[in-house]
Design a binder for this molecule. Structure first.
Ligand code: DGL
Length: 264
């Protein structure tokens, strides 16, 4: 059985790279639903049904542990998937999201005031605010939606992405830590770094998810023993374009990305 990683697009590759770096011996299937992105501007119903189809696909690929790397899908679909979908459809499979590990990392560092930049859907769900306040009810949290950033990254428009990152960064008032609450944003981390005062600490999922996965597997040996370890990595997307291929080749020079028939 393999580890599945799901995202709407390019960002998930960065998270997959982080997981493979931490745990190279396992077998991975990455699935990016590039045909249907951006998820961050869709309705909850659309995101839920696309994510369910993606889970069915990854389960059909023999994934016993699936990480929803997409913050937007995590914020809308994770609870439903864990509580309703899995018990009926695949009780032995585990699905994890990225919000809780990110919140744990953000509250473990110094500094109290936390900013979150994410897609419109993630910000409107207030999932980060809610999870942060579970840990510390008095925590000052500022959330900023960045609706134009994912399309700029997916269109390979990094000059526009730099301007947008600076604009969105300027919307925060007083923060000590900034959570990049979207899988795509590690690709523009340097733009946020440049735009923010030096004392603001950036919490980026590519720097934490690998260690969190390792920690999870150490605590859940009953899952770990079901996972195969052949260093076998598969990258699948629902729509393959040239930019995607270039980014994938820069991250994983030896592994081809294949297009599969879109699930919706
Ligand atoms: N990757 C998604 C996330 O982490 C957003 C990208 C999209 O809008 O499709 O929120």
């Amino acid at each position: 059985m393999k580890i599945g990683i799901f995202d709407s697009g390019l960002g998930g590759l960065v998270i997959t790279k982080a997981c493979i770096k931490a745990l190279p011996e396992y077998d991975y299937v990455y699935y990016g639903d590039t045909k249907n992105l951006p998820y961050g501007e869709k309705t909850s119903g659309q995101i839920l049904s696309l994510t369910i189809e993606a889970m069915k696909f990854l389960i059909s690929q023999k994934c016993a542990l699936i990480i929803i790397a997409c913050n937007t899908a995590t914020s809308i679909a994770l609870r439903y998937l864990q509580q309703r979908f899995l018990p009926a459809y695949a009780p032995d499979v585990k699905i994890l999201g990225v919000v809780i590990p990110t919140v744990e990392a953000a509250t473990a560092v110094n500094g109290k005031r936390i900013g979150v930049v994410a897609t419109s859907v993630t910000v409107q769900s207030h999932i980060y605010e809610a999870e942060l306040r579970k840990i510390n009810p008095d925590l000052p949290v500022e959330e900023v939606a960045a609706p134009k950033l994912v399309p700029a990254i997916e269109n390979n428009d990094f000059a526009v992405a730099e301007k947008l990152a600076a604009e969105y960064a300027s919307e925060f008032h007083e923060i000590d830590n900034l959570i990049l609450g979207c899988t795509h944003y590690p690709l523009v981390k340097e733009f946020f770094r440049k735009a923010l005062p030096d004392n603001v600490n950036i919490i980026s999922q590519d720097e934490l998810i690998g260690a969190k996965l390792q920690d999870y597997l150490e605590r859940h040996l009953e899952i770990d023993i079901t996972l195969s370890r052949n260093h076998d990595y598969r990258f699948l997307v629902s729509d393959l374009n040239e930019h995607y291929q270039k980014v994938a080749a820069s991250l994983f020079p030896d592994i081809p990305v294949c297009e599969i028939e879109a699930h919706a």
